[in-house]
Design a protein around this ligand. Structure first.
Ligand code: HEC
Length: 87
């Protein structure tokens, strides 16, 4: 399971809560279009968007449409190249 937090910044420099992004590797066959990753989005008010809710399910397609753009051996993960990571 991978998680990424987020925050918002207003033009006046005020910071606030942002969205929380999750990726969970499921068993083979879960969804070949997403390379079996399940994408979930949690917005600050507490609403959860993921594929378990039929209504939001289609809304998550854009997550993997972008994440599938990386090379196959990266398995949809978008980590920064090593030389740019904090040591
Ligand atoms: C337009 C392209 C794009 C879309 C759409 C997108 N992502 Fe990402 N995602 C990225 C990039 C680029 C990174 C790495 C940079 C960063 O962390 O911001 C990333 C990083 C992540 C990470 C951290 C693990 C990693 O791969 O580095 C998670 C978890 C994640 N995204 C989940 C989601 C979810 C959930 C959605 C849909 C709600 C989503 N992403 C939609 C481009 C995208």
């Amino acid at each position: 399971m991978l998680a990424k937090d987020g925050f918002s910044v207003t033009p006046k420099g005020k910071t606030g809560l942002g969205r929380f992004f999750l990726m969970e590797k499921m068993t083979a066959g879960f969804n070949k279009n997403s390379r079996d990753w399940k994408y979930t989005l949690v917005i600050p008010k507490g609403s959860i968007f993921d594929v378990s809710d039929a209504q939001n399910s289609k809304g998550m397609v854009f997550c993997y449409e972008c994440h599938m753009a990386v090379k196959e051996e990266q398995d949809s993960i978008m980590f920064l190249p090593e030389e740019y990571r904090a040591k």
